[in-house]
Design a protein around this ligand. Structure first.
Ligand SMILES: O=C(O)CCC(=O)C(=O)O
Ligand SMILES: [Fe+2]
Length: 393
């Protein structure tokens, strides 16, 4: 009997046995490969955490959200200041926006989705070569959110690729499908360029530096951070959500915020992404060839809380698989992220502790990551802020 069928039989007895636990570690795609008509206990969320139950209980209307739209091409033209205002508004009030006219050719985008899809279509043994428990592995195939810690697994498999420096990591990326490395490398370079352009604009939108700024120290800070971004970390995550026999019992990705400065997200045409907006979960409509960008925890810290990283989650459905490619960007892994000195003042005390990527990794490896817990752990309480004030005077 195949493992998946054995699991289904155990399921009818209501138990998840040891063998099943190792089966779950192999991912949802593998679990479903021989057919599955019930969701195993391992993936069943407590009733209060189920996306649709919450919706019914809270009487939330199913709503699609039109995200603010940023016209990338206009950032480079005479309307830049107008676009910067829209960008500031989007980062402050939504934490998410959509980018149009980004200049990334449609075939680069569709090739990336296609290459990701073909990777997940490979036989399990080919994908399994990249399985690793090491959170810092340059290439990692895995499942759930944090499969080493999650009590309940979520309905997602992923392929995580470190992208910077590309010449070092590219040869380690999957060599099958044969064109995967090439297509994913092209895509990662294009998204890196978009990230750099967007960060330059976002830093300007925070008022950190404008052409009119005369303070040399401010200028140094802006130039400095943009330079650091060029050499910054980039992690690409290809997410794969197989169809789920009982989608209301589980979730593709639980509510979380992303750790970096910005995430550039590409989704296929299947709905699933929801963001928290004005206290409600709203669905982000996928639009072909457009990017969804979200503010990450590091930008929240850097902006001293002006721009907020936003909780988002992914729902699954019973009919279609879904694929998305998230490109997460930040400073180099060994750099400190701290509130910009330009955004700290008497009226606006420093609100976050300095942090680095190592500190984030320690955090996620030591506990079951939830919601915005990591960022919460970096917040300075008013008591600490008082102390800092005393020391700095
Ligand atoms: O699949 C999606 O739409 C979102 C993925 C996501 O939130 C992530 O990879 O952090
Ligand atoms: Fe995310």
């Amino acid at each position: 009997m195949s493992p998946a069928i054995a699991m289904t039989t155990d399921q009818t007895k209501g138990g998840d046995h040891h063998d099943d636990q190792s089966l779950y570690q192999k991912g949802v795609k593998h679990l479903c490969e021989n057919g599955l008509d019930r969701v195993p206990d391992k993936y069943i969320l407590p009733a209060a955490d189920r996306p649709n139950i919450t919706k019914q209980d809270l009487n939330i209307v199913e709503d699609n959200l039109k995200l603010p739209i940023i016209d990338f091409a206009q950032l480079l033209g005479p309307n830049r200041s107008q676009v910067l205002k829209s960008l500031a508004n989007a980062c402050e009030h939504y934490g998410f926006f959509q980018v149009i006219n980004h200049g990334i050719a449609e075939d680069i985008i569709s090739n990336m989705i296609d290459a990701g899809t073909r990777f997940f279509e490979l036989p399990f043994e080919d994908r399994a070569k990249y399985m690793s428990n090491n959170m810092q592995a340059p290439v990692r195939y895995g499942t759930s959110y944090n499969q080493n810690k999650d009590k309940v697994f979520c309905w997602r498999d992923f392929l995580k690729l470190l992208c910077h420096p590309l010449p070092e990591f590219l040869p380690l990326w999957p060599s099958s499908p044969v064109d995967f490395q090439n297509l994913a490398a092209t895509y990662s370079k294009e998204t890196k360029y978009m990230f750099l352009m967007l960060m330059e604009a976002i830093i300007e939108s925070l008022g950190i530096v404008t052409t009119a700024t005369t303070n040399d120290q401010n200028k140094t800070e802006e130039e400095d951070i943009l330079k650091q971004f060029e050499d910054g970390s980039q992690v690409m995550v290809v997410n794969f959500y197989p169809p789920c026999p009982e989608p209301d019992l589980t979730i593709g990705l639980p509510p979380h915020s992303d750790y970096g400065f910005l995430t550039l997200l590409l989704q296929d045409e299947v709905e699933g992404l929801q963001i928290q907006f004005q206290g409600q979960w709203v669905t982000v409509e996928p639009i072909a060839n457009k990017f969804v960008i979200n503010v990450g925890d590091h930008l929240e810290i850097f902006s001293n809380g002006k721009y907020k990283s936003v909780l988002h989650r992914v729902l699954v459905n019973s009919v279609k698989s879904r694929i998305s490619v998230a490109s997460l960007h930040s400073l180099p892994f060994n750099c400190m992220v701290r509130p910009s000195p330009n955004l700290i003042g008497e009226e606006n005390p420093k609100r976050y502790k300095d942090t680095d990527f190592g500190c984030f990794l320690n955090y996620v490896s030591s506990c079951e990551p939830k919601r915005k817990d990591f960022l919460e752990s970096r917040k300075l309480t008013s008591k600490i802020m008082e102390k800092l004030d005393v020391h700095s005077t």
